[in-house]
Design a protein around this ligand. Structure first.
Ligand code: F6R
Length: 350
């Protein structure tokens, strides 16, 4: 389930991400972190460093696994992800070198490097995975159309990714490596908790598709909709394409519920204000409601404000659409559904 947090700027995004990651480190001093590079998590790493310096939070027993590494750069090249991680985090905290893991892109047998990293990940049990997102929806270097069941592999970077990353290579596309080794999508999804950070208008399309679009290998990050514990933290620019319209369908609460649903066919949308896919469903329901005229009545229930009602209908994940006929549960649809899927769902009740 995706929890969405919209912040005013990068600083606030980094504060929120740091709260989540530091909660894990403080409550489990021997935790395993999944880490990302790129500009998105730098503010988070700065806060982890500050917290280490000011509060003494220790990383002595923390292990880390990075998502990816370029192929073709020496490990000590300033833009290798190894160098990035030491420069931006590891040099400033007390993590032990033997507990730091990045995929190795050195040597002749890159496939063996991938297999070794997979074997290590299989033992690792990542407590919290930090992610950025590419403007094309990639996570790690899992580019569009990477199978959701992929594990650590060698990847040819898409042109859009090479262009995006040229800023780290004097804006010279020819200097950007064209291959990388990346954790696969199934490795990422194995983490207990995932925190994705994204800022700027450049990410708005990818964020919208990730949260509100169909789950498709075309948009690798859309797989996160299937994970039980994902928090996506964005600034207002990255949130710009997310639907803003709150559902205008009437909100019900326990007191009036039974009276309202006693007769006829009723669609109840169990939602939460922080849930991205729920936000996307709102406008679809708004569009659909008039089409059903008097045949179906549409209502919504805010699960956070009315947990008793949600519990009564066995709502454990959201969005959760429930059709009631004459007050009785008739059918249920869980997760985001497109307008056509909702029509088929509603027509089944009529
Ligand atoms: C980096 C990584 C990439 C980046 C993504 C966003 O380890 O895995 O998926 O997270 O390309 O990069 P930035 O944050 O630089 O926009």
């Amino acid at each position: 389930m995706i929890k969405l947090i919209v912040c005013k700027d990068y600083e606030e995004v980094s504060d929120k991400a740091a709260q989540l990651v530091l909660d894990v480190v403080k409550s489990k001093p021997d935790c395993t972190l999944g880490l990302a590079t790129g500009s998105s998590p730098i503010g988070l790493y700065q806060r982890m460093i500050r917290d280490h310096e000011e509060n003494g939070t220790s990383y002595q027993n923390v292990k880390s696994y990075n998502l990816d590494e370029y192929v073709g750069l020496d490990v000590h090249h300033p833009e290798s992800y190894y160098s990035f991680m030491y420069r931006n985090l590891f040099d400033h905290i007390d993590i032990r070198e033997e507990n730091v893991h990045l995929p190795s892109s050195q040597g002749d047998d890159l496939q063996k490097n991938c297999d070794d990293y997979n074997a290590a990940l299989a033992q690792a049990e990542v407590d919290v995975q930090v992610l950025g997102i590419g403007s094309n929806g990639h996570i790690g270097f899992n580019e569009p159309h990477t199978p959701f069941d992929s594990v650590t592999h060698i990847v040819n970077l898409k042109e859009s990714t090479i262009r995006d990353n040229a800023r780290f290579f004097d804006d010279d596309i020819s200097k950007v490596p064209t291959q990388a080794i990346t954790m696969g999508i199934s490795n990422v999804m194995a983490a207990r908790k995932i925190v994705l950070v994204a800022t700027s208008a450049h990410k708005a399309d990818a964020i919208c598709k990730t949260i509100c679009g169909p789950i498709t290998e075309e948009v690798p990050a859309s797989v996160l909709q299937k994970h039980p514990d994902v928090t996506i933290i964005v600034d207002e620019a990255a949130a710009a394409l997310l639907p803003k319209e709150e559902v205008k369908v009437e909100v019900l609460n326990t007191e009036v519920f039974d009276d309202v649903v006693r007769e006829g066919t009723v669609l109840v949308d169990f939602f939460a204000t922080w849930c991205g896919p729920c936000k996307m469903l709102g406008p679809v329901l708004e569009q659909l409601a008039p089409e059903y005229g008097g045949k179906v009545r549409f209502y919504k229930v805010d699960c956070d404000n009315d947990p008793a009602l949600a519990q009564r209908f066995g709502v454990t994940s959201i969005p959760n659409l429930v059709i009631l006929k004459d007050g009785q549960l008739f059918s249920r649809s869980i997760g985001f559904a497109s307008k056509d899927q909702l029509k088929a769902f509603l027509d089944s009740a009529l």
